[in-house]
Design a protein around this ligand. Structure first.
Ligand SMILES: [Zn+2]
Length: 87
């Protein structure tokens, strides 16, 4: 069950560089990341450990490393800033 939920998270928005969550501003990224529920224990207890700009396949992304305060599972959530596309 846990592995299936992890897989669903990876296949959902933000779960992989190819499926970033698109936001309008970098200031929204960490709040959005911590609003997600941990796929392992289903608690909304994620804490930001690192917020980095990364380029994957030529696309500028934000990668936020989060760790669940309840079960300790760490993962990365991927974002793209819409303002980079609008121009
Ligand atoms: Zn958890």
């Amino acid at each position: 069950m846990t592995a299936a939920r992890e897989r669903l998270f990876e296949l959902g928005p933000g779960g992989a560089p190819a499926r970033p969550i698109v936001l309008g501003s970098a200031s929204l990224v960490e709040a959005r990341a911590t609003s997600l529920a941990c796929p392992r224990c289903e608690e909304a207890a994620l804490r930001v450990e690192e917020h980095a700009a990364e380029t994957v396949d030529g696309v500028r992304l934000r990668a936020v490393r989060v760790r669940c305060a309840r079960c300790g599972a760490a993962r990365r959530v991927w974002f793209k800033l819409a303002s980079l596309l609008a121009n």
